[in-house]
Structure formats: C-alpha cells, structure tokens
Design a protein around this ligand. Sequence first.
Ligand code: GLU
Length: 470
Amino acid sequence: MTENHKPVLRFAPSPTGMLHIGGARTALFNWLYARHTGGKFLLRIEDTDRERSTPEAVGAILNGMTWLGLTWDGETVYQFARVQRHREIAEQLLAQGKAYRCYATAQELDEMRAAQRAAGKPIRYDGRWRDRDPNEAPSGAPFVVRLKAQQSGETIVHDVVQGDVRFANEQLDDMVLLRSDGNPTYMLAVVVDDYDMGITHIIRGDDHLNNAARQLQIIQAMGWLEPVYGHLPLIHGPDGAKLSKRHGALAVEAYRDMGYLPETMRNYLLRLGWSHGNDEIIPTAQAIEWFNLESVGKSPARLDFKKLDNLNAHYIRSMDGRALADEVAAVLARKEPPQTLSQSARARLIAAMPSLKERAKTLVELADAAEFLYADGARILDDAAKRVLTEEARGLNGEFLALTAQIPWTAAALEEKARSFAGAKGLKLGQVAQPIRAALTGRTTSPPVFAILEILGREESVARIEAYSA
Ligand code: GLU
C-alpha cells in the first residue's frame, strides 16, 4: 500500500487496436474502485510490442477513455519508455542469484520440445542452464535471462473474484525475463511497472489469470508486496458465445456513433459483471458510492442491447434540453458531410426537447426525429405523411392557414382556432391537426403539433403548410 494506504489502480491496455467493450469495462471497474475509495486510477499504455502497437490505437484508447469520462490521475505511463528500468530489475535478480542466463539455442529448444512432445510430456523449458556454471557459457554467445522459479510448492493467486487459485510450481517453468536482444518480456515489464507505480489492486480480464501466477513469482523473487488481484469473467455476446467480431459493435467508438451516452455506457458496463440487488439504473454517482469488488460476478456477463437501449432512453429523458441540443449538434458534426446547428435551430431544438426526448432511444434517433426543426423549408414526406396529405387534407390546410392570418402565433391561440375550425366542419381535432403535422414535419408522429407551430414561428410554418395546401 502507499503511504496513505489508499488503493492505487490502473488500466493497462496494449495499444494494438480499438478500445473494446471488455477493456472499457475493465477500465470502468478500476476507475470506480479508485473513486469509491478515494484512491488513484492510473493509465499505462503497454506498448512494448513495437510491431503491433500503433499511435492510432493509443489515440483511440485515450479518446475512448475520455469519452467514457474515465479520467485518470497523473501522466499516462508508456511502458516502452521504461525498458531500462525493466532491465535493471532483471540485473538485480541475476545479481541475487534469482535469475540466470540461459544460452540454449533456438535449435536446442526446438529439439527439447520435440522430445517432450514425442514422450507425451508437457512442453516446458527443462532448466538446462539453471544450475550450470556460467563459465561453461560459450563466450560471446547470445543468452536470455530466466527467472530461477520455485520448483516445488504452489503459487496461489488470492483473487477477490475467483477465490484462491492454485498453481503447482512444477507446472510453471523458468520464464524468460530478458530476451536475447536485451528487451524485457511482457511479464517482467508488467510487474516492474505495477511496483513502481505503487499499484495495490490489479483488476483485469480473467484471460490474465495464468499470467498472475507468473507475475507473482517475479514479485516474490523481488520480495515485493503482493497486490490484490481481481480477474473479471469475460463478456459474452447476446447468444452466450464468447464475444467476437461476429457480434459487431466491439469498439467503444461504435457505441458513441450509434448514439449512446457515456453515462449509459458506464451504467451498462457496470452491470456487465457487477450487481447491486436488482438495480438496473445506477447513475455514476451512485455507482461510485456502491462499487465494491465483492459483488463482481463469477460467471460471464452477456451483452443485451435491449437493456442498453432502455438505459439510454432513461438517461436521454433525464438530460436537460441544452445538453441534449449539444449532443444532437455532435451527432450532426459527425455526419458526412458534417452539418452544423445554427443558433435559431438550436433554440428550436431546446424548445421542443421536453417532448422530443420522450421518444428517443439513441441520440441518432433524436437527431433524426428533430430534423424538421433544424432544416428549413418544405418537407420531404415519408410514406405515412403522403397518405395523410390527400387532396382533401391539403384543402383543410389551406383553409386553416387562411384563418390564422389575424391571430397571435402561439400554441394556445392556434389550437383554439383549429378546434373551432374542426367543430365548424364537423371534424375531429386530429383530422385537422394531422395534415398540418405532416406538412410541418414530413411525418405522422412528432411532438404536439401546436407547440411545433409556435416553435417554428409564423413564417416558417406558413411556408411549410403552403407547400402542402390546396
Ligand atoms: N496489456 C494487457 C492487455 O491489454 C493488460 C495487462 C494487465 O492488465 O496486467 O490485455
């Protein structure tokens, strides 16, 4: 633990692709635990694999985290920049006799493995240089540095999610710490970085559970304090199968583009593997208050897009008009070609938002349903609106317009006029209102039509209705 005994957590992605949904959940759990405990949440980019790491992937991870609101404390740590320090620890282990140089050639190791395979034995480094006198080493020959691991007994990962997971040491061979080119292995780098960063809790996917045993061996050899481990079960697709490309929508960015809010994503990702009774709606502030490691589930969580939609609809409804107008503006800015929202369109959006937001499951739907508010001029009709705007209906539109010339342009006055007009004609209010709606919006569902008339204003409304009047 650090001096002040507050937990220090980290998210340690490898920048080999997008920030995917599993990684985002790992980041969220670490972040929540840090915020819950008043500890720290650090970010480390594990870019030691130079072939597979790309700056684009680093960018995608940082953007994804920022979009999700998972702010990290302090500077981002780049693992590759710390290679010297990793080597230094390997040297220390060598000096203490806890690691050794192995001069086995690639060919020798191939032969070793072939023999093991032929004998039906597990494939494992056989320790051939473990106790050999270093003086026997061929001079100038390349070598790797291996950990002189315990050969008997057990390495136990005390895991807050999985319980105690035991590994027989005889199953774990002497792992490579430094490669023959002097570069550290991933196993060494992770352990050294976690130590130097003061990490107290390691929460990550359970695909790293076996690595934990290996990493513990290094930690124990160094005499460092063991961190608390929590290995999260994987996320499965809606069909229960392991999550794969086939399921689509793996990148966090895709969720943004589909119109999901960061708050929705935090709530949704939280529920993928963590529960608090039957609560489904858990806003972030509440999540920070409640989050613990004991309530992480042991079995794989399943994606459920219906739940995601329901949560998103909930958070859209709970947002205020201005903030939603900003979100709509962001959706428009991402369009090809990008569209901008004028000040007047923004004002209209905000005015109509109380009703608009009741209907939208995503921001994309919201932007789409609001199109009639930010794009001026006569509407292009959808099929249902075409059916509404019969010759007769267009006639009603024309008559109604004529009646409005002298009245104030307010929702109340317009509605009153429409009622009396319908009454005089022996029609229901809807029979008058629906053709107006179709002309104003190009659709047959929308926020209340008289409110729209007021929001669009006299000039714009008249122009749109005239386009579908007879
Ligand atoms: N870099 C690893 C990954 O992206 C995570 C390592 C860790 O959390 O210890 O899977």
